[in-house]
Ligand binder design. Structure first.
Ligand SMILES: [Zn+2]
Length: 285
């Protein structure tokens, strides 16, 4: 069961699970050689490592969901390539919390790649694709919307138009510019790096800070600065962000929510004898 919650001041934070998938281990760790990364993440016979999709439910003045997993629209070829396993998915975890898709009031995107917002829309039995959260405002950074709807050869495979284009005619899309508060205690912070307009989500209440780091620190194996995904369009921006962010995270004990870690949903970054490690707070086992 994956519905353990953390109280952060006035906010209740619950990492949900929208299943597991696999990506090429070399692409996940960029310039880091395999003999090093495979000690942290073992590869299967197709060189893929296991990842999770963990959207974060935030219960505050409104019910917010940050990202929504891969969703149910992938075809058989993609399910095979990415080893998508959604036997346990967002619908189950919302139900465990006594909720359904109609209860979500804000759906916030870290960015619009398919493994983050595939679940923003859903395919009906009729084949029609409709917003998955019919009562939600979908909150998206406007530059990210621009890039996602005008993909180029390098990011086309990541931006699947069915994930977000239907939100606009449905009248559920809220575009915004710049860093800002989305709900009391929840604000977005631009990072760039992974994509031009990628952002993390800073959650602050009761004197504590939690951070949904999305693809800047996708798993606990990525807490060392040069462990940067090969997918990143602007890796030097990722490096600059991590240099300052990880120092801050250690010093101020940010509770980090790892969106893609296969086992650790949340934890603290610690440092001992100049080695960084993650102290798990919520994990699957
Ligand atoms: Zn991702």
């Amino acid at each position: 069961m994956n519905h353990k919650s953390i109280q952060l001041g006035d906010l209740t934070l619950t990492p949900l699970l929208d299943g597991y998938f696999r990506l090429d281990g070399g692409a996940m760790f960029g310039v880091v050689p395999k003999p090093l990364w495979e000690k942290r993440a073992s590869a299967d016979e197709r060189n893929r490592i296991s990842l999770a999709s963990r959207p974060l439910l935030v219960r505050g003045t409104q019910l917010m969901l940050i990202d929504a997993g891969i969703g149910n629209k992938m075809d058989a070829r993609s399910v095979d390539i990415y080893a998508i396993d959604r036997r346990r998915n967002l619908t189950h975890d919302l139900a465990d919390c006594g909720l359904s898709v109609t209860d979500v009031e804000i759906a916030l995107a870290s960015h619009l790649h398919f493994d983050h917002v595939g679940g923003f829309t859903t395919r009906l039995d009729s084949g029609d694709i409709v917003p998955a959260f019919p009562n939600a405002r979908y909150v998206v950074r406007s530059d990210e919307w621009e890039d996602a709807t005008h993909p180029h050869e390098r990011n086309r495979a990541s931006y699947l138009q069915d994930d977000f284009v239907p939100l606009k005619p449905a009248g559920l899309l809220d575009l915004f510019d710049g860093d800002r508060e989305i709900m009391p205690g929840v604000r977005v912070r631009w990072t760039g790096g992974h994509a031009r307009s990628h952002q993390v989500v800073m959650i602050e209440s009761g004197g504590r800070t939690a951070v949904f780091t999305a693809d800047m620190i996708p798993t606990a194996a990525h807490i060392d600065e040069p462990w940067i995904m090969g997918y990143d369009l602007y890796p030097m921006e990722t490096l600059a962000f991590k240099r300052t962010f990880i120092r801050d995270a250690i010093e101020h004990e940010y509770l980090i929510f790892f969106e893609h870690d296969p086992a650790i949903a949340a934890g603290y970054i610690r440092e001992k004898d100049r080695r960084k490690y993650v102290e798990p707070v919520l994990s699957d086992s």
